[in-house]
Design a protein around this ligand. Structure first.
Ligand SMILES: NC(=O)c1ccc[n+]([C@@H]2O[C@H](COP(=O)([O-])OP(=O)(O)OC[C@H]3O[C@@H](n4cnc5c(N)ncnc54)[C@H](O)[C@@H]3O)[C@@H](O)[C@H]2O)c1
Length: 253
């Protein structure tokens, strides 16, 4: 039995490593998946992969740092499907890695808050409008294990910590409408973007270093995150809300 049959799901950041895995996983479980990203080409590739494996979906380009583009995304979904059951807010990334505190750059800090935190808040606002009317919904926000704090990731960790606080606040206010709101907090996940930015050698050093420190002895793969998102989006997690789930192989226990 497919776990998301008949569900309409929106996945942002769907051209990326984790977003693509979530989109494919949800489609494989019977959901119709709207794949969205600022990268239209990457989105089209995700949609093609999804359709090749027998899934159904639609690709809509949107820049989540622009309020009007988020609003338009939701309007298009409502016009096309008339409902929206699941939203996974994945678009994000660290715009200011490895800065000393004295070097915090106002523009980069703002970019981190815009891309990771404000985008999530506005997307959830739009989602709640649709979901309240349905008396049903599942919202899953992408935090990170750095929500606990991380040296040299000041604005990124603040944004990801903010997502956790916002997720709890939203869970408190939307519970009575049958809407659950949870967050994912992965440790290092092996995604193509990381390998590309760091280069194979630096990536391998980082991967090895983390694998040695994580009790489960490896870094996460996008599917580890996708399966956790699937659980939260499914009826199995009907009574779970306001939670952050660390997908960390036991890191920082
Ligand atoms: N990879 C990790 O180790 C890791 C760990 C914890 C949390 N995360 C979080 O997971 C999420 C996905 O990251 P990933 O690892 O798949 O990286 P990724 O770079 O592969 O994916 C990020 C996606 O977001 C998209 N994006 C960037 N700016 C956007 C914008 N303004 N509007 C719409 N889309 C935009 C990118 O085009 C990309 O497809 C991010 O929120 C990231 O912070 C990643």
């Amino acid at each position: 039995m497919m776990r998301l049959s008949g569900r309409i799901a929106l996945v942002t950041g769907a051209a990326g490593g984790i977003g693509r895995a979530v989109a494919l996983c949800f489609a494989g479980e019977g959901a119709i998946v709207i794949v969205s990203d600022i990268n239209a080409l990457g989105c089209a590739e995700t949609l093609e992969l999804l359709e090749c494996s027998g899934g159904n979906g639609l690709s809509i380009k949107a820049d989540v740092t622009k309020e009007d583009e988020i609003q338009l995304l939701y309007t298009q979904i409502e016009e096309r499907f008339g409902k929206l059951d699941i939203v996974v807010n994945i678009a994000g990334g660290d715009c200011e890695p490895a800065a000393d505190v004295e070097d915090i750059d106002y523009a980069k800090m703002s970019a981190n808050l815009d891309l990771n935190l404000k985008s999530c808040i506005i997307s959830c606002r739009e989602a709640s409008r649709v979901m309240k009317r349905q008396d049903f919904g599942k919202i899953i926000n992408m935090s990170s294990l750095v929500y606990r704090g991380s040296p040299n990731q000041f604005s990124y960790s603040a944004a990801k910590g903010g997502i956790y606080a916002f997720t709890r606040s939203l869970a408190m206010s939307l519970g009575r409408y049958g809407i659950t709101v949870n967050a994912l907090a992965p440790a290092l996940v092996e995604v193509p973007a990381f390998v590309k930015v760091l280069g194979p050698e630096r990536w391998e050093m980082l991967r090895k270093d983390c694998a040695e420190r994580y009790p489960l002895g490896r870094v996460a793969m996008p599917d580890d995150v996708a399966r956790c998102a699937l659980f939260l989006a499914s009826d199995d997690a009907a009574f779970i809300t306001g939670q952050i789930i660390e997908i960390s192989g036991g890191a920082r226990l």
